[in-house]
Design a protein around this ligand. Structure first.
Ligand code: HEM
Length: 137
């Protein structure tokens, strides 16, 4: 019997993951529930750096890191070389509610990308496993 397909293969490999990540970033960028909270404060410097030209590739770097991270976590050949989740979010004091809004942006992206129920659940489990390192530091 052939080896079971990895989640990475079932969701369309690097191209499939890139679509999921790009839609997630677009959803977070369009988010308005979190005005004046840390969600906005933490993203604003990043978006300003891009639009002012001070660091035009900053968002792109995060995007590419995020793709590598999911590419590795889903069993693909990609290798994540960014900061660990605790270090990446340290000092942001991300709240439970902000995480919930971010997670909803991820859920919407998975729906937009028409992931089947099983794959959706597996990917959300990967994201939820990072929550403890993301929230409250
Ligand atoms: C499971 C949930 C999350 C995952 C998997 C995730 C993933 C990542 C990754 C991969 C990076 C880049 C690290 C690097 O480049 O070394 C990052 C940075 C960052 N994350 Fe998250 N993140 C999550 C939740 C959140 C939430 C809820 C917020 C805001 C409310 C947030 C805001 C940021 C910001 C502002 C940066 C820094 C960007 C920069 O300075 O370039 N993240 N995250």
């Amino acid at each position: 019997t052939p080896a079971p397909a990895t989640l990475y293969n079932r969701i369309g490999q690097a191209d499939g993951i890139a679509k999921i990540v790009d839609q997630l970033i677009a959803n977070v960028g369009a988010e308005t529930q979190q005005t004046n909270t840390v969600m906005l404060r933490t993203h604003k410097p990043m978006l300003d750096a891009v639009s002012s030209g001070a660091d035009p590739t900053r968002l792109q770097r995060l995007r590419n890191h995020f793709i590598d991270q999911l590419g590795e976590a889903t069993g693909g050949p990609l290798k994540y070389t960014g900061m660990n989740m605790l270090a990446a979010h340290k000092g942001m004091m991300i709240t439970e509610n902000e995480f919930a809004v971010w997670r909803q942006a991820a859920v919407s992206s998975l729906a937009t990308n028409q992931l089947p129920t099983k794959e959706k659940a597996e990917l959300l489990a990967i994201l939820d496993a990072m929550k403890a390192d993301v929230v409250g530091h």
